[in-house]
Design a protein around this ligand. Structure first.
Ligand SMILES: Cc1ncc(COP(=O)(O)O)c(C=O)c1O
Length: 380
């Protein structure tokens, strides 16, 4: 079946007891044994498994085309589980993209996870640099495309191949693309990670994450053990909300992508904007790779305001419709000055504003940006 159909049907049969089309939310933490001590329903205790979580995991595995999906309490919990589940016989060394989501850098710099692993950061748009990094003993190669916040595009097939040649696991953070735009297993990746908090939840009202694996194997068992015993699990309501979000993911992504393209075109012609980072613009360095591995170019873009921090902050401050808030992938368009959010270690240019383009009419977004950028131009 096509992804649009799987999004509505996989893991979403009508309720066997009542016939309800929208699944009930099973809040029960515990499930009854039969007289012989077995669990006829297949459920025992909600941290181990529950119906809403199983439905969501079934749907995610089908959408990514993987063997198994394992959900966690947030995208960061899923990322942590991937690093911690690396098989013992692999080197404790990670190869990471230079524009990796800054939460992963904080995980490594500020928690015990970083004390257990070494890591090397490379510009993954430079395949020679990736090749050199993978030539050293490596356990995990992390891929993020499009990246956060510079919207860099990297070649999943080429990097997964380099990881494989070096005996490393390759994992793709597919949060920004979603399985509706990019299916990393088709390009040879071993694992796919999601912050479902973003496009998949889709309404800025649920915090949840997932790891999907291409094949069943020892790392899946390790991931399940982390889920169950470390206990960083999503609630039944979280799972229900994420699965409800998935049902409308396909048409939402079409609108996000269409709006983002229109906004990117507008910004790229505005005199107060020096650069637009959007892979759907033929001038973007990742346009060719994005055209090959993405169905459409996504709903995220960044742009740099001519001048720097003061001017960028002034533009964000002058917006009336587009909200100044972190996160992405929801119905509302959001804007954020990433350098302020990420602090002194940021790689984001001081003039850069990141936007999550929502589901509003693109003309209203353009008109809001136009009046805000106009205020800066008039002050010059
Ligand atoms: C690409 C990417 N991966 C992972 C995360 C972390 O997800 P969560 O906030 O659900 O822990 C984020 C959050 O912004 C993200 O943008």
């Amino acid at each position: 079946m096509h992804p649009e159909t799987l999004a509505v049907h996989a893991g979403q049969k009508s309720d066997p007891v009542t016939g309800a089309i929208a699944a009930p939310i099973y809040l029960s933490t515990t499930f009854e044994r039969s007289a012989d001590g077995t669990f006829p329903s297949g459920y025992e205790y909600s941290r181990d498994d529950n119906p809403n979580r199983r439905n969501l995991e079934t749907c995610l595995a089908a959408l990514e085309g993987g063997a198994e999906a394992i959900t966690f309490a947030s995208g960061m919990a899923a990322i942590t589980a991937v690093i911690e589940s690396l098989p013992d016989d692999l080197p404790k060394r990670l190869v990471l993209p230079d524009d990796i989501y800054f939460g992963v850098r904080s995980l490594l710099n500020e928690t015990d996870v970083g004390r257990r692993f070494e890591w090397e950061v490379v510009d993954m748009t430079d395949l020679q640099a990736v090749r050199a990094a993978c030539a050293k003993p490596t356990g995990l190669v992390w891929i993020e495309t499009p990246s956060n916040p510079l919207v860099k595009i990297v070649d999943i097939a080429a990097i997964a191949q380099l990881a494989r040649e070096g005996g490393a696991v390759s994992a793709v953070d597919n949060t920004w693309a979603t399985p509706l735009l990019t299916r990393p297993f088709e390009f040879g990746a071993d694992l796919v990670v999601h912050s479902l908090t973003k496009y998949i939840g889709g309404h800025s009202d649920v915090m949840i994450g997932a790891v999907v694996s291409r094949e069943s194997g020892p790392q899946n068992l390790a991931l399940r053990a982390i889920q169950k015993h470390k206990g960083s699990v999503p609630s039944p309501l979280d799972c229900w909300l994420a699965l409800r979000g998935i049902q409308s993911l396909a048409p939402r992504m079409q609108v996000h992508c269409g709006n983002a393209m229109e906004v990117a075109r507008f910004l790229s012609q505005h005199p107060a904007v020096s650069v637009v980072h959007y892979p759907g613009l033929p001038t973007h360095p990742g346009f060719a790779v994005a055209s090959k591995q993405m169905k459409s170019f996504g709903g995220m873009l960044s742009f740099e305001v001519a001048g720097a921090r003061k001017e960028a902050m002034a533009v964000a401050g002058a917006l009336r419709l587009i909200a100044r808030a972190t996160s992405l992938g929801g119905t509302h368009s959001l804007i954020e000055h990433r350098a302020s959010v990420e602090g002194p270690q940021t790689k984001a240019p001081e003039g850069l504003l990141r936007m999550s383009i929502g589901l509003e009419n693109a003309l209203d977004l353009i008109s809001d940006l136009d009046q805000a950028l106009g205020q800066i131009s008039n002050r010059r």
